[in-house]
Design a binder for this molecule. Structure first.
Ligand code: SF4
Ligand code: SF4
Length: 102
């Protein structure tokens, strides 16, 4: 399930444009999801948000209940950041130049 931080959202609409299910919209210049139950967690919106205003909430077996997954995307590197409820941060880096190699 995704969650949107309204304080960080600047209403750029990038997440709205990229969601393959057309689930996101802008309300009062802030991103909102129409029905969170329809989200299948592709994380396209998480990756495209320039403000880290969208996080994917990880289930207990993945990162601990309440942990949030953010992403910083660049042309060459995708960095996933897991923010655990105790404040611990875990970073996972993907070299995009290698990702289609195999
Ligand atoms: S995670 Fe994927 S399906 Fe869910 S709102 Fe974001 S872009 Fe849409
Ligand atoms: S991409 Fe991020 S900043 Fe832009 S509208 Fe969506 S949540 Fe807000």
């Amino acid at each position: 399930m995704i969650c949107i931080d309204k304080e960080n959202c600047v209403g750029c609409g990038k997440c709205v444009d990229i969601c393959p299910g057309n689930l996101l919209t802008l309300k009062n210049s802030c991103a909102a999801i129409r029905d969170v139950r329809d989200c299948w967690g592709c994380c396209a919106c998480v990756k495209i948000c320039p403000r880290n205003a969208i996080a994917y909430q990880l289930s207990a077996d993945l990162g601990g209940a309440g942990a949030k997954l953010f992403a910083d995307d660049s042309p060459t590197k995708l960095t996933w950041q897991i923010l655990k409820t105790d404040g611990e941060k875990i970073f996972l880096e993907v070299d995009k130049r290698q990702s289609n190699k195999f």
